[in-house]
Design a protein around this ligand. Structure first.
Ligand SMILES: Nc1ncnc2c1ncn2[C@@H]1O[C@H](COP(=O)(O)OP(=O)(O)OP(=O)(O)O)[C@@H](O)[C@H]1O
Ligand SMILES: [Mg+2]
Length: 443
């Protein structure tokens, strides 16, 4: 699929072609209307960028090939072009990022689609634009991709983007979190088992690799697997074959592998905790996602995206960020990265009745102050309970119904507990739930 361009200015056609190539797409540029009309075809073009000089072409293409998305560009306000079928209009001179973002959004499907919004990969920082260029180039290939980044930086978002833009997009995308499961379970999850292979194997079950046949396997938190499993995994990657537990022989599987970690893999290798040969197999294309604090230009676009996401999901009006709120978002260090930002905006949207999100609605520092591992000696049962309740609420975006069900208590009990904390004037965790101006807030 290529992106067709029609503009009388040859220089403009060249610039646009370059900009399109930079995000890993194929351009087909023309200054001549006749030549453009000879080639335009939905089988080979999914998007066309057309100058407002050729309003008749916009109208004609929309009528004959409604499936081609049209981006009109020009000097005026563009209303008449939208009226005759352009999906969007960009006024010259526009920024390279604007046209790239527009193309990226259009490539992902119909505007305003909920599924699309959920999967949207938002970015504005040049470092992330560079990553986008790399993953756009790599996505259509079979190369294994190794994604590193702190927790919450968007590793899974990128893994899914790669799958969705690969030749395997119609195949399955199967993820497994290797940190969450014990060894023996990981093995049966990955490779499957035959009926009767072990006590409790009442039926034959296929594993993740087989499920991902002709698709993509995401090995999430790869550094967490045992040496024995590392050896097995290496063999699977070399042979492209798996053995079901208790199976009769190897089975060929066609998969692409993407792995992620939020650990320092070099350290793991140096300490002998992770096999170098396995790492070489997995790390053909390395992607390092920078933490959010070092890509400030992403913060406000992401915040706006999350406001929109909550508004869509909850059927609420979108809210505006005040200048103070924006500053608070930009000043904070986001140790929990994009996930923490998403939670903060979700809280602000749900707990603010106003149409504007002000600085005092931005509560930060919750994720960072929750304990890493539970339980910890020195905490009382009450403190533990409070931590558990708050971290559960946090993990489900303060949805009390969900939290109560996860905790195995009634919503009434949950509400009583929260009221109790409030009455006692207890902070919502040991360090307190701080707003950006250091007020303590209680939802
Ligand atoms: N660039 C982005 N655009 C839109 N949403 C994003 C982006 N990056 C991250 N998110 C959102 O932030 C949350 C965390 O992202 P994700 O799960 O991909 O992080 P992760 O790096 O896999 O984290 P962890 O290491 O904890 O597994 C998700 O809800 C995801 O949708
Ligand atoms: Mg993840």
């Amino acid at each position: 699929m290529a992106i067709a361009i029609l503009d009388p200015d040859k220089e403009m056609v060249n610039v646009l072609s370059q900009v399109i190539e930079d995000i890993g797409q194929k351009p087909a540029g023309f200054s001549d209307k006749g030549k453009f009309l000879d080639i335009i075809n939905p089988k080979s073009h999914n998007i066309a960028i057309i100058s407002d000089v050729f309003k008749d072409v916009v109208e004609g293409v929309k009528e004959v090939y409604p499936e081609i998305e049209l981006i009109a560009i020009g000097q005026g306000d563009g209303k008449n072009l939208i009226r005759v079928g352009a999906t969007c209009y960009l006024k010259k001179p526009f920024k390279v990022e604007d046209i790239q973002q527009t193309i990226i959004v259009l490539l992902k499907g119909p505007k305003g689609d909920r599924a699309q919004l959920r999967e949207e990969f938002v970015m504005a920082d040049p470092k992330m634009m560079d990553i986008l260029k790399i993953i756009s180039k790599v996505a259509p290939t079979q190369a294994p991709v190794f994604i590193q980044g702190e927790s919450g930086t968007g590793k899974e978002v990128i893994a899914r983007y790669i799958h969705n833009h690969s030749k395997r997009a119609k195949g399955a995308y199967i993820g497994i979190n290797l940190a969450a499961l014990p060894d023996n379970l990981i093995e049966s999850e990955l490779f499957g088992f035959e009926k009767g292979a072990f006590t409790g194997a009442y039926t034959t079950r296929i594993g993740k690799f087989e499920q991902a046949h002709e698709g993509t396997v995401l090995l999430d938190e790869i550094t967490e697997i045992s040496p024995a499993l590392q050896a097995k995994l290496l063999r699977v990657l070399q042979e492209r074959q798996i053995d079901r537990i208790g199976g009769k022989g190897p089975i060929n599987v066609d998969f692409r592998v993407i792995s992620t970690t939020n650990r320092d893999i070099d350290k793991y290798i140096k300490e002998g905790k992770f096999r170098r040969d396995l790492y070489f197999r997995l790390n053909v294309i390395p992607i390092n996602i920078p933490p959010l604090r070092s890509r400030k230009p992403d913060i406000i676009p992401l915040a706006v995206h999350f406001i929109r996401k909550v508004a869509l999901r909850e059927g609420m009006e979108e809210k505006i960020l005040s200048e103070g709120a924006k500053k608070a978002l930009l000043d904070y260090s986001w140790p929990g990265n994009v996930r923490e930002l998403e939670n903060a905006l979700e809280r602000a949207m749900i707990l603010t009745d106003d149409t504007e999100i002000t600085e005092s609605c931005i509560m930060v520092g919750m994720e960072a102050s929750l304990p890493d591992s539970l339980p910890r000696a020195g905490l009382t049962i009450n403190e533990m309970e409070r931590h558990l309740i708050l971290s559960t609420l946090e993990s489900v975006g303060w949805n009390r119904t969900k939290a109560a069900s996860l905790l195995g208590i009634s919503i009434r009990t949950l509400r009583n507990k929260l009221n109790e904390y409030k009455e006692k004037g207890q902070n919502f965790d040991t360090q307190g739930v701080k707003t950006s101006n250091n007020k303590i807030l209680y939802p």
